[in-house]
Structures are given as structure tokens and as C-alpha cells.
Design a protein around this ligand. Sequence first.
Ligand code: AMP
Ligand code: TRP
Length: 398
Amino acid sequence: MQQAARAAAPPLAAARRALSRAGLRARCSAAVEGGAAAAEAGAEAPSGRRLRVLSGVQPTGSLHLGNYLGAIRNWVALQDTYDTYYCVVDLHALTAAHEPRELARATRSVAALYLAAGVDASRSTVFVQSRVPAHSELAWLLNCCTPVGWLNKMIQYKEKSRKLGDGECSVGLLDYPVLMAADILLYQADLVPVGEDQRQHLELTRDIAGRFNTLYGGRAWKGMGKGPAPSGRARGGRVLKPPEALIPPQGARVMSLDDGTSKMSKSNPDEGSRLNLLDSADTIANKVKRCKTDALPGLSFDDPERPEAANLLTIYQLCSGLSREAVEAQCCSLRWSEFKPLLAEAVVEHLRPLQARYAELTSDPTYLDGVLAEGAARANETARATLGDVRDALGMMP
Ligand code: AMP
Ligand code: TRP
């Protein structure tokens, strides 16, 4: 019984421990909760290999505090325990209008930000999605077993396509979540650390893996021939591993500076709505000075009528490293005009080392290009094994 509980739930518990060791608060919610017994489990898959983590960010616009607090910062803590893969998803960036002269630069910049934030190329595989052709190929194979009705229901697709209209909305935008599923399933990732907005895409990834396994795994796969599958494992059972989303308890949905009820986003035309990771100290101070507030006295984390207060206190907490209780004690009786300089300073100080490392890394492009070349080689190797099994299970010619 205990064995079963362990097998069902190890990734979450170990992830919680990894994040808590890094001071990122112990609780971590996942799209699929593992249960209490998970508390004692380790970060090893039943196969004996280290559990795998994969995540990515699109090279569109400037990365902001939402990307960092919701995703990238959490990636760093996971490197100690997991086999971590972090990619820059440039193919995803093509699903919306993009500037060709900017893409390569933006791709390098996002990779440099991963490293500047603390992703360590000697412990993580850092790579550019399009340099591993298996992502596109698996996306096609998964397209052929994904009902279009599943994609039509995706909230992000509905929102973006409504804004664009039929004439401008590409097939790629509809297909975006299948490519994302391919990114994850190629590596048989156990955990995917992302912000709250990706929860539905992770559920879809699980559904796609489940459908593929039902249609082509198990007995059907076993029947494809004797001897091992291309990856070296025995045929039969599931071909693809359904992953779990790892969504942090705080910072999973950082809100816009101009509206505490909408998400901080790269695509908001108002620059003042977000704090970018590479903003100067003056820009940060100005944006904070101008951000939306309310007319109530004091500050509160919990008042549903005060989304701006909750958002800015959370950003302050995460950037200052203080506990929630300490932030409450320090800030709840402050006026906005007293709190804002504290907030700006905490953000500036938190980002200072990241910005310094970024400047260093980008002053030597050969280093970064070397990291990305090595990462692509490693990622290609891992991806090839899964793609081989998928082709095998589908009955394609070797
Ligand atoms: P994107 O900018 O869409 O490529 O998102 C990259 C990562 O940042 C994903 O894991 C998102 O869930 C996360 N993310 C984006 N915006 C926010 C936000 N406002 N708050 C928290 N996480 C976010
Ligand atoms: N869709 C994700 C986002 O916009 C980016 C992404 C693409 C991703 N592929 C992924 C995230 C794989 C995690 C894992 O944020």
C-alpha cells in the first residue's frame, strides 16, 4: 500500500522539498495533487532514473517579473534534485506576429536570462526548441490523435483568437498546445514548473498522452514486434508519460501594475503595466510610482476588494525574501506613498545580481552559443529515444 502511494506521488513531494530548501516556501500545488503520503517520497522515478523537469518561455517581448516569479525562479531550485531541461520555445513565438529581425536576438536574450537567474548549464540542459527537430515531428504525430474540439476549448486560444479574428489567427495558434505537449512528452518529463495560466495546457498534455497510450500503447504496442523498442525498453505499457504541473503557491499569477485583476503580460501595449527583468532602477521606481492603487487606508493581502494591494504585497514578499507575517507586520499600516519606495527598492535589489550576470553573459556571445549547442546535442539525444518509440508504436517504418 505504501509502495503504491509512493509510486503514485513522488514528484510533488520532492519538488516541495526542493523549493522549500531554496526558501521558496514549502507548499507547492500541482495540477494533480499527489496525496499526503507523498511527503516521504524521493525524486526518483520507479525506473530508477532521476525524475525529469522541463519548462520553457517564449522569446517574445521582454521577460517580466511574472515570468520570473511564476516560472524561472522556481526552475533554479529544482536543479539540485531533478534532471532539468529548460528550453527557449522559439517555435511557439511564431504562432503570433513576430519581427524576423528580432527573433534570434530575443532567443539568445531569453537563454541568457535563464542563466543569469541561476540556471546552471552544468546541471541543466539549456537549449533552443527549434534546434531539436523532434519537437516539430512529435507535434505532427500528436496532432493526428488530438481531437480539434480539445483545442477549441483552450482559454488562451479563445482569448487570443477572438482578439485577432479569423483572418489573422493562424493554424499554429490553435495548435500551440499540441506543440507544447510535444515539448514535454518528448522528454518523458515528470514535472513542469509553470505559472497558473498554463494549468489548462498541462491538463491537455496529460489528456493527449493518455489518448496516445490508450490507442497505441499497451497490448497494441507489444504486438508491434519482439525485441526492445527503439529506446531500448520493452514494448508495451505506456509510450508517453503524463506530466504533472508544478505551480508555486505564490507568484503563480503576478498581476498587471495598471489593473490588479488582469495578468502581467508581455503583450499588454502599456509598458507601465509590467516590471521587466532588465528594467533600470529608475524605470522600476517610476513604474512603481505610477502603478494603480486604491483609496483605502493601510494595506492588505486578503481583501478581495483590493487586488492591487494583494499583488504588490506579494511581489514585495517574494523579492524581499521576508515571510508573509513579516511583510504584514511591516506594511499593513503603511500608506501607499510609504510602501511604494520599499517595494521599488526590494525589486531593484532582487534584480541587481541577475542584471549584472546578464551583462556579463551577453558580453561574450561565444559562451552562450556554446551552452546552447551543447544543450541541443543533449536534448536531441533524449528526444530521439521517445520519438523512436512513438514512431514504432504508430507502426511507422524504422
Ligand atoms: P510566456 O511569457 O507566455 O512564455 O510564459 C512563460 C512562463 O511564465 C510560463 O510558465 C507562464 O505561466 C509564466 N507566466 C507568464 N505570465 C505570468 C504572470 N503574470 N504571473 C506568473 N507567471 C506568469
Ligand atoms: N506555453 C508556455 C507559455 O506560454 C510556454 C511553453 C511552451 C512551455 N512549451 C512549454 C512551458 C513546455 C512549459 C513546458 O508560458
